[in-house]
Design a binder for this molecule. Structure first.
Ligand SMILES: [Zn+2]
Length: 246
């Protein structure tokens, strides 16, 4: 197979060997691609500038036996402001890591690509914690992991308070069905999550939320991600460290 070109955003970067990098690219054309950028850690390498976290670029890849390698790259937008602010970097890393974890390799998800671009643009302009929270729920919706909030996952009936949340069933459970040991979910929380799903990133507007609902929405997200991915996200520790400094 010949070399090919993609438009991509870097969602993970790690050092490899003496001077190389292993990068996870999220491309518009092919979804997630893991590739090697040989020599990218040498300061004079033509790949040195582009193979940085969050960078939006045009990349030329050469197919290899086990994995592809980056041959050339042209930076479209470096998102340096994210790198310059610890708080933005922590939440940006969370969005990037979640994307890399939720999306299988080489499955085109142009909606995810567009979401990443919009979200990385807005991350330094708005509250990064809210941007990360909303984009995480949107990522779950696009990738098919979004939980059921409209009707009971057990009997299918419409939901009336009190409503419970079942990680095992992937959504809400009504009070008529077996809900022993499940936590109750406040209607305000599920309404807020639905509202986050519909944020238009080009024109997000201003919205307010009370602190309790915000914290419940974050807690539900984190527990649900832990359930879906079966492991904690590394960026969560980074967020905790950064918030303890602020
Ligand atoms: Zn039910």
């Amino acid at each position: 197979m010949a070399q090919y070109q993609i438009e991509a955003i870097l969602v993970a970067v790690r050092d490899w060997g003496d001077a190389d990098k292993m990068v996870t690219l999220f491309s518009r054309e092919h979804g997630k691609i893991i590739a090697f950028a040989n020599g990218a850690r040498r300061p004079k390498s033509p790949l040195a500038g582009g193979m940085q976290m969050f960078t939006h670029l045009e990349v030329t890849l050469a197919p290899g036996k086990n994995s592809d390698s980056v041959k050339q790259c042209e930076i479209k937008h470096a998102f340096r402001q994210i790198q310059e602010d610890f708080n933005c970097m922590a939440y940006g890393s969370f969005i990037a890591e979640l994307t890399a974890e939720l999306c299988p390799e080489r499955q085109p998800e142009p909606q995810v690509f567009d979401l990443l671009l919009e979200v990385f643009h807005i991350l330094t302009l708005r509250n990064p914690r809210m941007v990360a929270l909303a984009s995480a729920w949107q990522l779950l919706a696009i990738t098919g992991y979004y939980p059921e909030f409209e009707s009971c996952t057990v009997c299918g009936q419409e939901l009336y308070s009190p409503v419970y949340f079942s990680f095992k069933d992937g959504g809400c459970v009504c009070s008529q069905c077996e809900h022993y040991g499940l936590s109750e979910i406040d209607k305000k929380t599920s309404d807020f999550i639905k509202c986050l799903l519909h944020i238009d990133w080009r024109n997000p507007g201003v919205f307010t939320v009370n602190g309790t609902v915000l914290i419940q929405t974050e807690k539900l997200l984190m527990s649900y991600l832990m359930h879906c991915l079966d492991k904690p996200l590394k960026s969560m520790n980074f967020i905790k460290q950064v918030s303890s400094l602020l």
